[in-house]
Design a protein around this ligand. Structure first.
Ligand SMILES: C[S@@+](CC[C@H](N)C(=O)[O-])C[C@H]1O[C@@H](n2cnc3c(N)ncnc32)[C@H](O)[C@@H]1O
Length: 221
């Protein structure tokens, strides 16, 4: 766990392993809180495999992606998000850490040039409803719909409908989801339609009150 844990915080950056990751309230989607747990689970899913070319979808500040790079879960990381706020912090982090990584400002895969990733990781919007319906204690930037809401599961559905073109035959998708928002079965129809299947599941260890993880792969791979 020491190899990728958050070492210190300041107002606009946190340490994820060796990397200084720029962040702010517009871009944080609870990934600073969950990155240690998430990468620990993704390393468990990987069973010692090192991936070559990973995409962090819905990256925000890119905590999971930088942790994946630091922990050697992957050799190379690419980031994407629909938000210009995310673009701004990621480009800053890439520069500060002197990395050669790409960021795509994109609604799912719409602006990502055709290429193959062998791992896609994400902490996507988790709720098919508006979050203040159940958490009126939160600040506005903590429940902003862009970060939290996936009405009718349109974002997940579009992602699963298009991901095959971007995933190698032996590629994996590893997602953090929320127990209040979904169960693995929520995604079954979307996966089956696209010849994808859940290949692993884990409850969170550090955040079992809200987080769970799924690994997805192409059928029979
Ligand atoms: C729960 S937040 C996670 C942010 C960050 N990865 C973290 O862990 O803190 C969800 C992220 O998904 C992004 N997002 C929402 N809809 C999207 C879409 N259609 N395509 C790409 N990114 C999207 C939001 O901008 C937000 O950064």
């Amino acid at each position: 766990m020491e190899s990728y844990c958050i070492l210190e915080t300041s107002s606009n950056s946190i340490k994820v392993g060796d990397f200084t990751v720029t962040t702010n309230p517009e871009t944080d989607g609870y990934g600073a809180l969950t990155v240690q747990d998430a990468i620990s689970c993704f390393l468990h899913f990987a069973q010692g495999r090192q991936f070559t070319n990973t995409l962090e979808w819905c990256c925000g500040p890119g905590y999971f992606g930088f942790a994946a790079l630091h922990s050697k879960l992957t050799k190379q990381i690419t980031f994407s998000d629909i938000s210009k706020h995310a673009q701004s912090v990621i480009l800053d982090s890439i520069k500060v850490n002197n990395l050669d990584c790409k960021f795509y400002l994109s609604d799912n895969f719409k602006n990502i040039p055709k290429q193959k990733f062998d791992l896609i990781i994400a902490n996507p919007p988790h709720f098919n409803f508006t979050v203040p319906a159940w958490r009126d204690d939160l600040q506005v930037n903590e429940h902003e719909p862009r970060k939290m809401r996936d009405l009718n599961w349109d974002i997940h559905r579009d992602f699963f409908n298009t991901v095959n073109d971007y995933l190698t035959q032996d590629g994996k998708i590893m997602l953090m989801e929320n127990i209040t928002g979904s169960t693995p079965d929520t995604f079954t129809d979307m996966l089956e339609k696209n010849n994808l299947e859940i290949t692993n599941f884990a409850n969170s260890i550090l955040h079992s009150d809200f987080a769970y993880y799924i690994e997805i792969a192409k059928n029979g791979s």
